[in-house]
Design a protein around this ligand. Structure first.
Ligand code: NAP
Length: 240
């Protein structure tokens, strides 16, 4: 389905990003795996390898401009082009606003919004040069409605959705398709130690990362004249 396409996935070392990378690899894409944890990225690369896909590991903290520039350069050096950019890296913390330090705020806003900005900005020139391509944002239902105990996380995800909506105006006439996938709870390592506890049985009722990856595949497999701008997903245990 994505034979010959080059897909960059941020936050590909585990969870939803890993599942997206493998779903695209399984369908013929060359995948570029970005996150900080080199060992875990290597493990995902090996999984992609067994699927017969080419995969490139580029470790780095994407809040840093130089890491994003390295990601751009390694991608273009290895594959010569880019077709799909999945802005998925993200972090969260739950709790009362009074329990948030300025450092928590910077960590969440920088990872969820600044990284989306830096990565999008880095890969737009080659996408615009081709006049076709996909930008996908893994946002959250927390980017569509305010939720208790999630003020800063909601702010970061609203920002990401606003960024995507605004970009759609700018980029659609230039052939770039923007899609937002907004899941509810997903059973990953997300917010472990900052509001979620590993092994908590409640997590078993959440969505699986592979289900979110299928929503990304759905967005990316629309025909050229169409797009799925916003896909919302929720587990049955959560209200709308
Ligand atoms: P996860 O398992 O914690 O994965 C987060 C990913 O982001 C990891 O690969 C992590 O890799 C990467 N990352 C974090 N900080 C980074 C940085 N500074 N630079 C580069 N990579 C960084 O969580 P997940 O559930 O898969 O989350 C993926 C996305 O889905 C996030 O945007 C999250 O907000 C969103 N989401 C999650 C849920 C949920 O319930 N799980 C629900 C809705 C939306 P390293 O640690 O190796 O850098």
């Amino acid at each position: 389905m994505f034979e010959g396409k080059v897909a960059v996935i941020t936050g590909a070392s585990r969870g939803i990003g890993r599942a997206i990378a493998l779903a695209l690899a399984q369908r013929g894409a060359k995948v570029v795996l970005a996150a900080r944890d080199r060992e875990r990225l290597e493990a995902v690369r090996k999984e992609a390898d067994t699927l017969g896909a080419q995969a490139l590991v580029v470790p780095g903290d994407l809040r840093r401009e130089e890491s994003v520039e390295a990601l751009r350069q390694h991608t273009l050096n290895a594959f010569g082009t880019v077709d799909i950019v999945v802005n998925n890296a993200g972090v969260g913390k739950y709790g009362s606003i009074l329990d948030f330090t300025p450092a928590d705020y910077d960590w969440i806003m920088d990872t969820n919004m600044r990284v989306s900005f830096l990565v999008t900005r880095a890969f737009l020139p080659p996408l615009l040069q081709k006049g076709t391509g996909d930008l996908v944002f893994v946002a959250s239902v927390a980017g569509l409605k305010g939720l208790p105990q999630e003020a800063v996380y909601c702010a970061s995800k609203f920002a990401q959705v606003g960024f995507a909506q605004a970009l759609d105006h700018e980029l659609r006439p230039k052939g770039i398709r923007v899609s937002v996938v907004a899941p509810g709870g997903v059973n990953t390592e997300f917010a472990w130690g900052t509001g979620r506890t590993p092994g908590d049985p409640h997590l078993n009722a959440f969505l699986r990362p592979e289900e979110v990856a299928e929503a990304v595949v759905f967005a990316l497999s629309q025909p050229p004249h169409a797009r799925a701008f916003l896909i919302g997903l929720r587990p049955m245990v959560e209200p709308l």
